[in-house]
Design a protein around this ligand. Sequence first.
Ligand code: HEC
Ligand code: HEC
Length: 295
Amino acid sequence: MRSTLARRVALSIIAGLFVLAPAAIFVADAGANSLNPPQTTRKNSGTPNSSYVLKRHGVVIKYGDKYITYSAPPSSLDALGQALFLENCASCHGTQANGVPANGTNGAYPDLVGLGPATITFWVDSGRMPAADPRVIEAPRRQPRLTPNQALAIAAWVNSLAPSYPLIPTPHLKRANVADGAALFALNCAACHTIEGDGDALAYGTYAPSLRHIPAFQVVEAIRTGPANMPRFSGNLSDQQVNDIVAYVTEYIQHPQNPGGFGLGGLGPVAEGFVGLLVGVGVLILVSYWVGERS
Ligand code: HEC
Ligand code: HEC
């Protein structure tokens, strides 16, 4: 009597294991897949916190202040944008822009629905998208494949699926303070991009790129959307502060003034010290030879 009960319990435990083990493997596997390839789950939604908001038919089409204005891509471009998306982006991001390509692998690519228009135009205008190789750890900046107007059209269509922020920024650099921008850059950006904006390696094979040739509005887009491994600066930097930083990047970093004469590649004290030694000590040696010969 007792042994049959024990046998039944043992059998049901074994049977249970046979059912549970594959289920556990399946769940663990699904978890592992959702991390591959690496991608953000970030959405840029939220209401713009601005002194100026312009609406049309109840939809925000422009906001900002005297430092930066953000505008929505015109909805007249929606149809063109959808056609361009199907041609250039749907093979990976899916026909609904939700990250599910035609073969149905859920979560294989980033879901673009609800990302603000600035995120879409940043990735297309910087040539990162359409991706040349979807398996690279960090999509590199390249010559853009689409024109700015085509990027705008794609952003218009994706935004029509689920309107969100940030819209596309226009910084007003004449109102910026470069000195404040330099201090803010040192505090918020230099740790990754270096103080001269040359960029540097980060962990896990990623890198912070050089900021030497980035148009002003894309610097705002990067700060406000936080591409890939860069943090997104939203509430902690005001539009005035972002405008100051952009002025520092586009005026000072991209057009450095070298009152001393030579920039020496902006490499800092080591290069300067080396040149000082070579030229300064070299001249001293020549002078002492000259003095020695005369006596
Ligand atoms: C060959 C596949 C492929 C194609 C084609 C492609 N993408 Fe991507 N896309 C990716 C991958 C992979 C990533 C993630 C890259 C990364 O994080 O470095 C990505 C990331 C993005 C992101 C950033 C998402 C986020 O959460 O930050 C945007 C925006 C984007 N793609 C838009 C587009 C648009 C618009 C097109 C068409 C013009 C396009 N992509 C075409 C593969 C592709
Ligand atoms: C934690 C490190 C980190 C910090 C801090 C950081 N960035 Fe970045 N930044 C990155 C990385 C990584 C990328 C490349 C993202 C990608 O894969 O597309 C990037 C990209 C950029 C780009 C786009 C460059 C290009 O090639 O298109 C700009 C512009 C930029 N950052 C500006 C800034 C500014 C301005 C700040 C300060 C407000 C800042 N970053 C702070 C890591 C950082």
